[in-house]
Design a protein around this ligand. Sequence first.
Ligand SMILES: O=P(O)(O)OC[C@H]1O[C@H](O)[C@H](O)[C@@H](O)[C@@H]1O
Length: 453
Amino acid sequence: MHNIKVDINFAVKSSLKSGLDSIEIDEYKDKANIGYQKLLKLVDKGDIGFPKLVDQALDNITAYAKKKLGKFNDLVVVGIGGSSLGLEAIVNALLPHGYNSLTFSERGGFPRIWIADNVDPYKIQWIMKNCQPSDTLVCVISKSGGTVETVSNFNILYKWLSEEVEKPKDHIIVITDPEKGLLRKWSEENEIDTFFVPKNVGGRFSVFSPVGLVPASLLGLEIDKMIEGAKDFIATNLQQALVLSAIYIFYIEKGYKINVLMPYTSRLSKFADWYCQLWAESLGKRYDKDGKEIFFGTTPLKSVGAIDQHSLLQLFKEGPDDKVFTFIEVLNHDADKKIVSVMDEEVDYLKGKSLGELLNYELYATELALKNANRPSVKIVTDIIDEYRLGYLMMLFMYVVPIVGLYFNINPFDQPGVEEGKNYAYGLLGLRGFEDYIKKFEQGYLKLDEYII
Ligand SMILES: O=P(O)(O)OC[C@H]1O[C@H](O)[C@H](O)[C@@H](O)[C@@H]1O
């Protein structure tokens, strides 16, 4: 059983001038319900598949991970966006800080983890310098199978493997679409171990597909617990998604422009990055579903407490009143440490308190300071962080975001806005079929020297 609560006190009228009154709470829950009913229809029709992932059998993934256990010192995951952010969130939340510096036996025979997302030569170079091809498993993930960053990084790593090991195919796993794309074709032709992302599961909703589960299982994480958490959320607590969506819808209608996710734990820092993609690509849309131009969306912003109290909080409290805050509180921090006072009597007030307590007191203080400035916030409270809770939280947000989008009559499941830039890049790189984009690029990318100082 979980112990995750959604606390909306500081977004309602009894505490906050701009908050929802009790009539508005019901009214906006009804609005959220409209979005939810639309989501249910899409799921029932089979158009959208992420909620159904909680019913998948996991044996093939766990058996595969077991087969590989102890055989590799390093796991390099190649992927970007929805093909890497979910895993990053999992690794950041559930593996020890500095995991890669533990010894093989301290890691229980599980590999170190490297995520090759960006095509930054610096990053890929250091991954290759740190790993030995003979001891490395490369897991390449791409739903479309052709994302240029992923294909480029993978080609470099494939060559690196081929030059050193006899059977590079034994060092590769592919995770991609079951039918389409370059990666699928290649993995089939070369008989590479391949897992599939269901066709009706888009990248940013794919963390509970092999995209997140295969690497997580290879790292020894309990993926069944993650799925159990996600499943329990759907089975028992959809109300929480409706309430959160109601609050977000209310403030979007009021013209609030920024949605801040601020966990008070570094372990959820990458979770906030994952959330930013989920929110931005799902909710930033030029057209509604009827083709009307609406330029819809609010901007997600990652912030980590208490770190950003020393960076962003000044703006949050005294800058424009255009942000809705979602805090995440962890009641019991793992390996919590008592603070000692050895420096001076001045720090005696800290003696006996723990770091976790300090973090949480700082959260309460920030909540109140923002409330006093009439800034709306909600808080998700979890007792601990583990596979189960992470699964629960991810599924909660994977419901909230489409509910908000569908209520506003936009399509939260596509991302047409990223295409134009990709096409120019393909044109510049000389990809066949994209010749027109070279011309368009040359016509549009005009810069005058006088404005380059
Ligand atoms: O998984 P892939 O097909 O390689 O896609 C990786 C990413 O590519 C694009 O930029 C999309 O906007 C993202 O939604 C997607 O997650």
